[in-house]
Design a protein around this ligand. Sequence first.
Ligand code: 4NP
Length: 162
Amino acid sequence: MDTPCLPSVLFVCLGNICRSPLAEAALRAEAGGAGLDITVDSAGTGNWHAGDPPDRRAQATALRHGSDISGYVARQVTRDDFTRFTHVFALDADNLADLRALAPAEATAELALLLDLLPGRAGEGVVDPYYGDADGFETTWRDVSAAAAAFVASLRKRDARG
Ligand code: 4NP
């Protein structure tokens, strides 16, 4: 099957206030740096934080790495997301299972675990930093920015092949 020229990517974690907003910021930065115009968004499988900005620790981490995510607003993933986006990346295995259960029959998005993008880390989840300390958010940033770089590299390789 042909992959559409312009991918659109949705990152999904549990609350949409820690991991997936950081993944969104990392991919926005990577794609921007590569001059790629792609749509990027994030959502949570849960709705407890819908309408909230990202966790303050996530905001601080993103800012330290050059991205202001204070304007992001959490939302819950919807069935429409499976046709609106070409790629839906789950941050961990629980998120992936929840997404598989929610996906409608007409889903067109490729659904995968985010760290499957990284050699040697397939099957791993991005650890939830919510109940930990600030260091955990740095680890999250490292993981999501490596995955974002791998995703952009795969797009460039695909485009180079034509
Ligand atoms: P996230 O982290 O899924 O990375 O946004 C969490 C945020 C909030 C909660 C759990 C995880 N919570 O239980 O409220």
